[in-house]
Design a protein around this ligand. Structure first.
Ligand SMILES: [Zn+2]
Ligand SMILES: [Zn+2]
Length: 141
């Protein structure tokens, strides 16, 4: 069973439809240094899908970089707001990796593993243990 769902960048100029399989080949949190830098945060939450099931509206601006493994990864950003929407790699013929934060319905994303934990920020491994506040820090009691 695949789920048909939708997503978009922060400003909404780039939107997409995507088919998500029950058990994607990859669905997880990547802690590699490249993902830390391109997201500007500790890890990338993403999932792999067949690119044939992705219908993009709006044009992404791609930025390409060689990986440690010698493959070439291209990350697609909204040219207006800069959100990363998806990535493609010279390693994958028919796949995209979709950035989970762009999904309209976060409940369709079920990460199953952490990868490249050798470069993980220590706090990212312990994120579940941090204090939880439902809104902004100003709402702390
Ligand atoms: Zn945008
Ligand atoms: Zn990564």
């Amino acid at each position: 069973m695949t789920i048909k769902t939708t997503g978009k960048c922060l400003c909404g100029v780039v939107t997409y439809e995507v088919e998500i399989p029950d058990k994607p080949f990859y669905s997880g949190l990547c802690h590699c240094r490249d993902c830390q830098r391109y997201t500007g945060t500790a890890f990338a939450s993403s999932l792999m899908v067949d690119n044939g099931g992705v219908k993009l509206k709006g044009k992404l601006k791609f930025y390409g970089k060689e990986t440690d493994r010698g493959t070439f990864m291209e990350r697609g950003f909204c040219p207006k707001c800069g959100s990363n929407v998806l990535c493609k790699s010279s390693d994958w013929d028919n796949q995209y990796v979709i950035s989970a934060g762009t999904l309209d319905d976060p409940s369709v994303y079920n990460p199953r593993l952490n990868i490249f934990t050798r470069s993980a920020h220590a706090h990212a491994m312990d994120a579940g243990k941090l204090a939880k506040i439902e809104g902004s820090p100003a709402e702390r009691t």
